[in-house]
Structures are given as C-alpha cells and as structure tokens.
Design a protein around this ligand. Structure first.
Ligand code: UN1
Length: 485
C-alpha cells in the first residue's frame, strides 16, 4: 500500500509524528493508502513557509496569479476522468456525480481566474472638494482551509481558488476520510506552477491538526465546511480571525396541490438519494399538500424500488455507499428512532445486503414536524414526508428547524412561489427544482445554525479578501470631513 506525504514548502514531506493513518474505499472496506498523521510541528513548518511566500504572492499582479489558475483549469480538464475515478474509490459517490464534482472544481477555478482581471473595489465621490475615495481588495494573509469528505475536490476548490486569486497563502487540511482527493488536487496546483509555500497541505484528524490550525496565531482566516459542533468550536477558538462557516442543513422540498408531480418526483429522488443523501443541501424533508400526498407517496415508493445500490464505479449503480461504518450506524439509529417516534416506514429502513457501507433508500410518511427525524441532519438516504394543508403551514413547517441552507417549492402558482422566496429562512430557495445543484458563480451558504456565511461566486472574493478604504486628498490643505471648519 502506498504512503502519501504532506506538501509543505513545495516539497512532499513525512510528518514529524512519524505516524500514519489509512483511508478506506467505502464500497469495499479496503484501505486505499496510508497518509501522514500530522502534528502541530508540521503545522508550524507549513505556516512559516506560507508566511514567507505571502508577500511575493500578494505582490504578483492578480492577472498573473490568474494565469496559474487558468493552467489549473486546463490540467483539471485533462485529468477529469482519472480524478473522478479516484473520488469514486475514496469517497464512494457514483461516477457521474464524481465527474460533476470535478466539473465544479473546473468551473470555480475558471471563474476565479477571470476575477484576476476584476477583483473590483468601489469608487465613490467625496463629500469634500479635490479628494478621491475608493476601495481596493487586499488578501487576508495566511488562511486555513478545512474541508469535508462529501465533495472532496469541489469544496476545497471553492475555497482554494478565491483564496489564491485574492493573494492569500494557504494551509489546507482535507477530511481524513478523503485525503487522497486532497493530495491529487494539490498535485495539480503544484504542476500548474504555484510558487513554493503558497499552498501547503497537511493530512490528519480534526483533533490533532484541525484544532491547531483554528487556534494558530499566525493564521488570519479560517474557511470551514462541516458539522455544527466543529463550527461552534471554531467560533469560540478562532478568536478574531476572519471565519467562514458552512454547517449543514435539514432542507425541505415543498410540493403544493397544483405542482407537476412528475417533475417533483424527479426532484425528490435526486435531492434525497443523490450522493446517497450525503450533501449539506440534500432534501431530507418533503412537505406536501394533503390533497396530493397519497398519490405522490405511491409514485415515490415505485421509483425508489427501482434504485440500485452498488459501487459507484459500475455504470448501472444509482446509489453508492455511505462514507463509513459509523455513518451506516447513524442512519440506522435514525431509522429506528423514526419508527419509535411513530412515523410510518414506507420503504427501505435497513443496511444494504452487499459488502461495503451501504444503506437502502428509505422513505418515512406520517412524519410530524417536531419528530427528531424531521429536525436533525441524518446525512444519509432518508426522506421524511410531512403533510400540510396550505402554503402558510408549508412555510411554517419548512422554517421550524435550526438550520437554513437550501429549500425548494414545486408549484405552478406565482404567488406561492414568491411567498416561498420571501418567507423561507434559508440561504437558497429553488422553484421547480430540487434542493441540490448550486452553481459556482452564485453565493452559497445559509442562515441560522447553517452558519450565516457565503462562499463561491463574488461571495468567495469577499470571504478571502479585506476591502481597504483609500482616501486621497489632492487639495493641498487640511480638509475636515463632517463639515468641521
Ligand atoms: C455540500 O453538500 O456541502 O448544491 C455542497 C449542491 C452542490 C454542493 C453541495 N453543488 O448540492
């Protein structure tokens, strides 16, 4: 089995800890490689390198930095198939979704490369004569990027691409369930010609290497996607660092009585069972008008029965494995909880019969909005159907959760659609589309316990830069603002 290394100061290096850990293929439960179990000492070396690289990277004109990002786009395109296969093997999602993940990385690097010739600030008039006012963007400094396993190439790219174009240098810790994907991405960044120290990669656990990144006094910004618990820990321990957090969801699809049910069905299947339900944006609740609930439930069960579990590498697989054994146990725990809470198990509700971390797609009906299966993030292929009587109740139920990431409504009625757009407490609302599939050039993020940050698109530039205000007085005399003589 191959041992992979950290990337510090432009070199592939073993950890000072001399310890390693394994990453498993979730479809076979077999290890795919061993990785550095990094320590605080490794982090200090990486931070020193990132600090040394900072001023020359920041001084490199943004359009020149962009040339490297365009090169990354080219290399990712060339390598798309190979990277997607690695992602299937390490993370488990089905091949066509893994290819989508790589495409998301290509798209964000391309968008951010374009930003090299924008990175807009503002100009605005002064209240005084012969004075010029504007803002420019400056980098945050050395930033820490800590990413999850569910989009192991795309989510790091959402953060790396804007961080790079804004002139930051980076300490990147991929999830310890998908270190190989992180390493493959950094290999490409390196091949594209990033100067040494601009990006440093450390593999290892949240506890041993994530925590010191969060607390490191020389790291000025943290961008994190993952659990609410870790998000809270970051808020407490990152002190005055600039922090971006994306912390999950309990997203709903509302289906009104006038909805096109065939369309809604496709949306629910894709939102609830795509990526085996392991998206922060997954649709884990269906809030449906009582007039159409029965018909829809039948349609959903019929289609779900046809979904095939299996390795993501096989072309006929619909649903890949969960990430690990504890994910299977967690999903199973929630399924039993749902039964005990009095929900009706319509379909599924058990682990897959094949080897690997599989779980059958699962549908609950008669779910009450306050049941824990309708409140807590399960992160697996489980969907809860909740009946409602009208649009107001639908929106109340939709908002009756601690999260606020994605949401969706299926209706042909403009008034319902706009009510949903205006009243749902979420960072994203789709109309007649599922809760998943955000595009990279728009802001992504949520409200409430999802974390209230935004990333990607122009929000990515805001996340990884500071806006500096410039006043230039060319009057040749002391002028005082606010009318002071
Ligand atoms: C996530 O699960 O954290 O909108 C990200 C989507 C994907 C990204 C999901 N583009 O579903």
């Amino acid at each position: 089995m191959k041992t992979y290394k950290n990337f510090i100061d432009g070199k592939w290096t073993s950890s000072c800890s001399k310890k390693t850990f394994c990453s498993l293929n979730p479809a076979t439960e077999r290890p795919i490689g061993s990785f550095q179990d990094s320590s605080k000492e490794d982090l200090d070396l990486a931070v020193t390198s990132a600090e040394e690289a900072l001023s020359s990277w920041t001084d490199t004109p943004a359009p020149k930095r962009a040339e490297i990002l365009f090169k990354i786009v080219e290399l990712l395109k060339k390598d798309k198939e190979r990277l997607a296969k690695i992602e299937v093997i390490e993370m488990g999602k089905v091949y066509k979704e893994a290819a989508g993940d790589i495409q998301e990385a290509i798209d964000i690097f391309e968008y951010m490369a374009g930003e090299g010739r924008r990175l807009f600030g503002h100009t605005t008039p002064s209240e005084l004569k012969n004075k010029f006012n504007a803002t420019i963007r400056i980098p945050v400094g050395v930033v820490g990027i800590i990413t999850p396993w569910n989009f192991p190439i795309a989510i790091p790219s959402w953060k790396l691409a804007p961080a790079l174009i804004c002139g930051n240098t980076i300490i990147f810790k991929p999830s310890s369930y998908t270190p190989l994907c992180g390493i493959e991405l950094i290999k490409i960044l390196n091949e594209a010609g990033l100067p040494k120290g601009v990006v440093n990669l450390l593999t290892g656990s949240g506890e041993r290497i994530g925590n010191p990144i969060i607390k490191h006094p020389k790291i000025k910004g943290i961008s994190f996607t993952g659990s609410v618990e870790t998000g809270k820990f970051i808020r407490k321990n990152a002190e005055l660092k600039k922090v971006g957090l994306e912390l999950g969801g309990k997203n709903a699809i509302i289906i009104m009585e006038d909805a096109n049910l065939d369309l809604a069905l496709e949306g629910v299947l894709w939102g609830a069972f795509g990526t085996t339900g392991q998206r922060c944006t997954a649709a884990s609740r269906v809030i449906i008008h009582e007039k159409v609930a029965k018909t829809f439930e039948k349609m959903l069960v019929n289609k779900t029965k046809k979904l095939k579990l299996g390795s993501g590498i096989m072309h006929n697989t619909d649903i890949g494995p969960l990430i690990n054994k504890s994910a299977v146990e967690k999903v199973d725990y929630y399924v039993n909880l749902g039964i005990n809470e009095g929900a009706k198990l319509l379909y599924g509700g058990k682990p897959g019969k094949i080897k690997g971390f599989f779980y059958c797609p699962t549908i609950f009906s008669n779910v009450k909005p306050d049941m824990r299966i309708a409140q807590e993030e399960i992160f697996g292929p489980v969907v809860s159907i909740i009946k409602i009587k009208d649009i107001n109740e639908a929106i109340n139920v939709c908002n009756n959760i601690k999260y606020g990431l994605s949401s969706s409504i299926y209706t042909e009625n403009m008034a319902y659609a706009f009510k949903a757009i205006n009243k749902i407490e979420a960072g994203i609302t789709y109309v007649n589309a599922s809760t998943i599939g955000a595009e990279i050039h728009l802001p992504f993020g949520g409200v409430k316990k999802t974390g209230s940050s935004r990333e990607a698109g122009w929000a990515g530039i805001e996340e990884f830069s500071e806006e500096k205000t410039i006043y230039i007085d060319y009057s040749g005399k002391l002028q005082k603002a606010q009318g002071i003589e």
